[in-house]
Design a binder for this molecule. Sequence first.
Ligand code: PAF
Length: 279
Amino acid sequence: MQIHPTIAGLRAALDAERARGARIAFVPTMGNLHEGHASLMTQGRDMADVVVASVFVNRLQFGPNEDFDRYPRTLDADCARMRDAGVAHVFAPDESELYPQAQTLRVVPDPALSDILEGAFRPGFFTGVATVVCKLFNIVQPHIALFGKKDYQQLMVIRQLVQQLALPIAIVGGETLRAGDGLALSSRNGYLSPDERARAVLLFQVLSAAREAVRAGDRDYPRIEADALSRLRDSGWSPQYIAVRRQADLQSPAAHESRLVILAAALLGTTRLIDNLEV
Ligand code: PAF
């Protein structure tokens, strides 16, 4: 496995891979990798000849009061995991390499998709994500790129980015990996105290209960959402949203519509967790 701190070094290596006809799968990350990331990399290996992963904590997607400074930087451990997952090239630039001047040019996603749910609570988040992902796509020029479905709205923003800018990249969504109790794997789970970790499964449990209600034919989505919110509040969480939406565009569904997704974001102590379940 080669580790490339510079764009030029990575490009030279990938030009050589392309020259021998290799198909390239790309997994962008912010590091602090867990099994969910590793499974995307393994899937990439099954779908292409060469897997490239990036590790870059992207300042542009963090709000002023968010966790950019304390976001865990664990490159050595990440490299061991990537090696095990069969990654051939790691792009690990520092900020001055990826943003040598202030990144004043931004890729602004469609507000109809990016200003709701996560975007409503994290203004500018999807612009930061779309900007860095577009830049990484230009650098890596992969055939395939893989993103986790845990960040459901992010995956949709990236699908729209690729579609509307006609980027020749197939976007693959990887299923959410969960701990034994059901908690979705996330780099931010590491912020939880042991007590919070034990309680964190409640987010999955309220989503599962909401999914069961919808599957059983309940179409009173506002009440399903309200029930889930109060269950979280009653257990000391600060939920931000629980929303039953259409998978196609994340807008509110009419009663007859199927192919739904229930999305949630909630704070447990100071840790913000998100999760979702498709119905
Ligand atoms: O999902 C993430 O880890 C990040 O948002 C991404 C896609 C690597 C962009 O910084």
